[in-house]
Design a binder for this molecule. Structure first.
Ligand SMILES: NC(=O)c1ccc[n+]([C@@H]2O[C@H](COP(=O)([O-])OP(=O)(O)OC[C@H]3O[C@@H](n4cnc5c(N)ncnc54)[C@H](OP(=O)(O)O)[C@@H]3O)[C@@H](O)[C@H]2O)c1
Length: 345
């Protein structure tokens, strides 16, 4: 499996920019599809990276973009459905979980089949489960099932004993699925969001304070993707990706406060109050901080049952070794997120 050229969906995002940089450093030719070239401006200067403005929801467009590629990586995901019904948004940005996680995955698989691309790396999330109470986790679980199915192929012969016509069902793609816990690193929205809240509020009522996470560094997630590309041992596998240690949400927020020098009183909310707070936050205009669906997702611990997959041959970084450096610094992306929030976008 020699991979030289690949196409990435969601390459302009937080994980995407880290991954594309790693792939470019390895000399791979990378095509990043984005709804707006401006959204991927950090990547435009990388020598082997081509940033293409495209509507990834357009089936024919996907087939065109995938032709000549050796692999596809799909990182597209949304945490909130706040774009539902926003007809003012272009098709490339509109979508609920069904459209963005399920239908898009189906289109990617179909386009790969049409364009003759065999290798697919698919980004899911720890906790993805078709039976979850959270619609985010349900849609991620259904998308995983589609990807696994795309990895299968059945061959059927009509009158096989007479060497009759052969029917091939399924795409038989070489698929690998990744399911990270919450991802941290320069440009993240999780720890950086709490840093911003702690800077603003003297007391923080915290929903789902007991929810457990095993934060994994974005550089390690990107490296796991990049290392998997031409490693045949990873084909057909699903990897849960967690950092070395699990924390409750309250511990994480307290840690962020310590690092940025804003030790605040954190008031843990019970289940019912957490639900109400999430509901109230759905009415906040602009970028959502929390929804009831996020609350449902947090009712289940977001931690791995096993260790870091040995196939990757490296160990994930500890939160404490990386987070202070970027949480203390006011990064351009953090500032940008702040502006977006105050502009309700
Ligand atoms: N961050 C985490 O803690 C975490 C944890 C577990 C799993 N994940 C998964 O990892 C993936 C990447 O996460 P991230 O944090 O890097 O996300 P992100 O920064 O929000 O980036 C998401 C990307 O998806 C694309 N996108 C957003 N809405 C879209 C829509 N309606 N239609 C088509 N494309 C759309 C965007 O592409 P353009 O703007 O360029 O068009 C963007 O590049 C997601 O699938 C997420 O579920 C993330």
């Amino acid at each position: 499996m020699k991979i030289e050229r690949l196409c990435i969906l969601g390459g302009s995002g937080f994980v995407g920019t880290h991954l594309v940089s790693q792939l470019a450093a390895r000399g791979l030719k990378v095509r990043v599809l984005t709804h707006r070239r401006e959204a991927a401006k950090e990547l435009i200067l990388l020598p082997t990276v081509e940033v293409v403005e495209a509507d990834v929801h357009d089936q024919q467009e996907l087939i065109r973009q995938f032709r000549g590629m050796d692999a596809v990586i799909n990182l597209v995901g949304i945490l909130h459905e706040d774009k539902v019904g926003r007809v003012d948004l272009p098709s490339a940005r509109r979508g609920d979980f069904q459209r963005v996680h399920i239908e898009l995955t189906r289109k990617v698989i179909h386009a790969m089949g049409e364009a003759g691309v065999q290798r697919l790396l698919h980004m899911s999330a720890l906790g993805a489960n078709a039976n979850s109470r959270s619609a985010y986790q349900r849609s991620k679980g259904i998308a995983e099932a589609l990807v696994r199915e795309a990895g299968r192929q059945h061959i059927e012969h009509e009158n096989w004993y007479l060497n009759g016509p052969k029917f091939v069902h399924g795409y038989g793609l070489n698929v690998t699925i990744f399911r990270p816990s919450v991802i941290f690193g320069r440009g993240d929205s999780f720890l950086s969001m709490f840093a911003r809240l702690l800077k603003t509020f003297p007391v923080l009522p915290l929903a789902n304070a007991g929810a457990r996470f095993a934060p994994v560094h974005v550089g390690d997630v990107a490296r796991a993707f990049a290392d998997s590309l031409d490693n045949t041992a990873t084909v057909g596998q699903t990897y849960d990706l967690c950092g070395p240690k699990a924390y409750t949400l309250q511990e994480l927020v307290a840690y962020v406060g310590e690092v940025i020098g804003k030790k605040r009183s954190i008031v843990p909310l019970g289940d019912f109050m957490s639900y109400l707070q999430a509901w109230a936050m759905e009415f906040k205009p602009g970028k959502k901080l929390m929804t009831r669906d996020n609350h449902f997702a947090m009712l289940t611990d977001n931690v791995c049952s096993g260790g870091w997959p040995s196939v990757f041959g490296f160990q994930p970084a500890a939160l404490e070794a990386v987070a202070p450096e970027y949480l203390r610094a006011e990064t351009p992306r953090a500032r940008y997120e702040g502006y977006r929030e105050s502009a309700h976008r």
